[in-house]
Ligand binder design. Structure first.
Ligand code: HEM
Length: 112
């Protein structure tokens, strides 16, 4: 697949992930399972397309990608942290946004 396809897939994964987080963190939602499904599918698509991009763009394995993997893991853990009441839902959304913006910054700037 060409790098642009991976790029669109990567961004599609981000959209599915955030749609899922929005629903999965709602305390009273009847659709929480649907949210958890989108959250998981989004994460998987982001990871596969991310590694596809790395390979097709011949970027190697720079430190900013390790930072993105950590962000990926943290966003993956968010629903559990909210479910166990370690974080309130509103804080979960805020943290998700901050992490997502951080991941976008790293992907665009490729700074270190
Ligand atoms: C939740 C986690 C992540 C989010 C929200 C995210 C988001 C983004 C965004 C918005 C971009 C900019 C795309 C563009 O320039 O058009 C990007 C680029 C990129 N991401 Fe991610 N990403 C995440 C995780 C990952 C992971 C885990 C990897 C690697 C395994 C990865 C690899 C890349 C690469 C290589 C680029 C550069 C693409 C390019 O220059 O065209 N990302 N990411």
């Amino acid at each position: 697949m060409d790098p642009l396809t991976y790029r669109i897939l990567h961004l599609a994964g981000v959209m599915v992930l955030f749609l899922g987080i929005g629903i999965a963190l709602l305390p009273e939602s009847a659709n929480r399972k649907q949210g958890a499904l989108f959250h998981g599918i989004g994460l998987a698509v982001i990871l596969v397309a991310g590694f596809g991009l790395l390979a097709k763009m011949k970027l190697g394995f720079p430190s900013w990608v390790i930072a993105k993997l950590v962000i990926w893991l943290l966003i993956g853990a968010l629903p559990v942290l909210v479910k166990r009441k370690i974080l309130p839902p509103a804080a979960g959304w805020g943290v998700a946004l901050a992490l997502g913006i951080g991941a976008a910054y790293l992907g665009v700037m490729k700074s270190f």
